[in-house]
Ligand binder design. Structure first.
Ligand SMILES: NC(=O)c1ccc[n+]([C@@H]2O[C@H](COP(=O)([O-])OP(=O)(O)OC[C@H]3O[C@@H](n4cnc5c(N)ncnc54)[C@H](OP(=O)(O)O)[C@@H]3O)[C@@H](O)[C@H]2O)c1
Length: 233
């Protein structure tokens, strides 16, 4: 059990989601952090990626919660709000593209803007965002899912750029994009085909936390899968 006088805080954003909920539960039963906080659209304070004031207010609240040692962004959007992933160029729709970028790239970038200043300047801290292997440009052989792929590629660039900047003032901070594997959640459910290696959220959460525990300062700015292996940009 951690016995630091100032609480060592882990914050999970998107804690109401399939992976976010499993990550929150796994962290609550571990002793790595002595304060585990889940945030999302239905928490108090609420955090909505589409509202920068709500992100700023949640950050101000978190600033009083202790030393922020782990931020895990488990938010994301693949389908819903009347949109399904595109299978061809014909399906491109500016409203769908804008929504995918708002949730998968701009929202997490605003999390970086408001939460990185809360990371302690001394000692190890991690800011991990859940990206997706399909956001890899180098690994794209199947095509399709244009908006989700492009938004996740943008997210990866935001993470890399922030890692360079934060590294100048926070030498032990580690900022990474992680692919969780294919996990049984509402996001993947419509696309779950037999034959795919689909893991339960609890198992995926345990694996992701093990990858995060192994990260070192030199790993900042990277894109890693559920085993800790580097994914090409
Ligand atoms: N599941 C997979 O197989 C898989 C594979 C590759 C990558 N990923 C990535 O892993 C992450 C988590 O996905 P998941 O499978 O756990 O999906 P999920 O169950 O659908 O969860 C998505 C989360 O995003 C949050 N969210 C959506 N819009 C938001 C907004 N405007 N403001 C704040 N939060 C918002 C949801 O919050 P509410 O609870 O408020 O709705 C929910 O917590 C995503 O980034 C996804 O791209 C998942």
């Amino acid at each position: 059990m951690v016995t630091a006088a100032v609480p060592q805080v882990a914050a999970i954003i998107g804690a109401g989601g399939g992976l976010g909920g499993a990550l929150l539960a796994a962290l609550e039963t571990s002793s790595t952090y002595n304060r585990v906080i889940g945030l999302g659209r239905h928490t108090d304070p609420p955090l909505d990626l589409l509202s920068e004031p709500s992100i700023a207010a949640a950050a101000a609240w978190l600033a009083g919660a202790g030393e922020l040692r782990l931020v895990l962004d488990a938010t994301g959007f693949l389908h819903g709000a009347g949109f399904t992933p595109e299978r061809s160029l014909r399906a491109l729709d500016p409203a769908h593209m804008a929504h995918a970028y708002a949730i998968n790239a701009i929202g997490p970038a605003l999390l970086l803007k408001h939460l990185c200043p809360l990371l302690p300047r001394q000692g190890r801290s991690v800011f991990a965002t859940l990206s997706a292997r399909v956001g890899s440009i180098g690994d794209n052989r199947l095509g399709g899912w244009h908006s989700y792929r492009a938004a996740k590629a943008a997210l990866n660039q935001f993470m890399r750029t922030a890692a360079v900047e934060v590294g100048r003032t926070h030498p032990e901070a580690i900022l990474v994009a992680l692919h969780p594997g294919t996990v049984a959640t509402p996001l993947s459910a419509p696309f779950a085909k037999s034959g795919l290696d689909i893991r339960p959220p609890g198992e995926a959460a345990t694996g992701l936390l093990a990858v995060i525990a192994d990260l070192q300062s030199k790993d900042t700015g990277g894109f890693y899968d559920q085993t800790g292996a580097t994914i090409p940009w």
